[in-house]
Write a protein that binds this ligand. Structure first.
Ligand SMILES: [Fe+2]
Ligand SMILES: [Fe+2]
Length: 347
């Protein structure tokens, strides 16, 4: 398949997401260090909470990257910056105030990267927007952390300069700032209140929605290059999704779901695969291409309906919510590995 201009844009967004992941891993490592480095319990507790949020945020970000479907390494300069800062955080050149100050700048950097990805997404495609929606929660939490860190910096800074404690009204002000942010962020916060992981049905449904958006995009545009780009993404997404289902999701219900229905799911996916490979060799400006895409769409939609009704029912009946969350983790790991295999086979 030919690289189009928008494939380049997709790669650039993939790289920004990889940058964010490298930054988040550094944030986590810093927070672990700060917990033992600070002397007062109140501040240590704040870092403990931040660490918990960031470990969850890393999970969200990894899900977004897999969902987005275009993986990249971080930018070279980001990798270098991360290792330089990590060195400073481990050493004794910087005071704790200076270390936390650096940390706050990193939070700012991750927030800005998240915002930029959000602003860029609609320029590339609705499917990109669909994939990155969960980034909202990461961004909101990092913004809230920034407000708390301003308070922490005041305490640490005053203490380093004077040996005295900062004024007592400080944490109330921090609380107000976070509350103001909550008001602005509105609906985003409701997502953050749910600390539990996604279950298998959530993860599969998210993939289905993205595929649906890609079919819409292919049909909406008359530009053959855009069609090619959207189909290229659909090809990778649908293949990775189907193979991960065959590895993790389908075997899980064997014996708990009628054999005939399960066989139907496998057969339909085999049919999709054949049709997708045929479409790959068609010209995106031809009627043949659009007709075949719409035939594929009908098969996929029918297949999705069965999965989201009877198959999901079997999952709900046979597994606890924790078990279904574990299946989601396995599903994402399989899909991530398969994405890498597909990417290297397409080079
Ligand atoms: Fe499927
Ligand atoms: Fe599916």
């Amino acid at each position: 398949m030919v690289m189009t201009l928008d494939d380049t844009k997709r790669m650039a967004i993939g790289m920004k997401l990889a940058d964010m992941k490298a930054l988040l891993e550094l944030l986590i490592s810093n927070e672990q260090k700060f917990i033992s480095a600070v002397s007062d319990q109140d501040i240590a507790d704040r870092f403990r909470d931040m660490l918990k949020d960031d470990q969850k945020n890393l999970g969200v970000l990894e899900t977004v990257i897999i969902q987005y479907g275009v993986k990249s390494e971080p930018k070279e300069t980001i990798t270098q910056m991360v290792s330089k800062i990590d060195e400073l955080m481990s050493g004794s050149e910087l005071t704790i105030y200076e270390k936390v100050f650096q940390h706050e700048l990193l939070k700012h950097q991750i927030v800005m990267s998240g915002l930029v990805v959000h602003k860029a997404a609609p320029e590339v495609g609705a499917d990109v927007q669909a994939a990155i929606t969960p980034l909202n929660t990461v961004n909101f939490e990092e913004r809230a952390h920034q407000e708390q860190l301003k308070g922490v910096l005041e305490v640490l800074g005053v203490r380093e300069l004077t040996g005295q404690e900062a004024d007592q009204g400080l944490w109330a002000r921090v609380q107000d700032a976070v509350a103001a942010l909550t008001g602005v962020a509105g609906s985003v916060v409701t997502q953050t209140s749910d600390k539990s992981d996604m279950n298998l049905q959530d993860v599969i449904r998210m993939d289905h929605q993205k595929v649906n958006v890609l079919f819409m995009e292919i049909n909406k545009t008359n530009d053959p290059q855009k069609r090619q780009e959207y189909f290229g993404q659909l090809y990778k997404d649908l293949n990775a999704h189907s193979r991960a289902e065959e590895e993790v999701a389908y075997p899980a219900v064997r014996g708990k779901y009628p054999d005939g229905d399960l066989k139907e799911l496998y057969d339909e996916q085999a049919e999709m695969k054949v049709l997708m490979d045929q479409i790959r060799s068609m010209s995106p400006s031809s009627d043949e291409f659009l007709n075949a895409v719409n035939r594929l769409k009908d098969i996929v939609m029918d297949h999705v309906r069965q999965e989201e009704s009877t198959y999901f029912g079997a999952i709900r009946d046979s597994f606890s919510s924790e078990e279904s969350e574990q299946l989601a983790t396995q599903f994402k790991a399989a899909k991530s590995r398969i994405q890498d295999e597909i990417a290297s086979s397409m080079k």
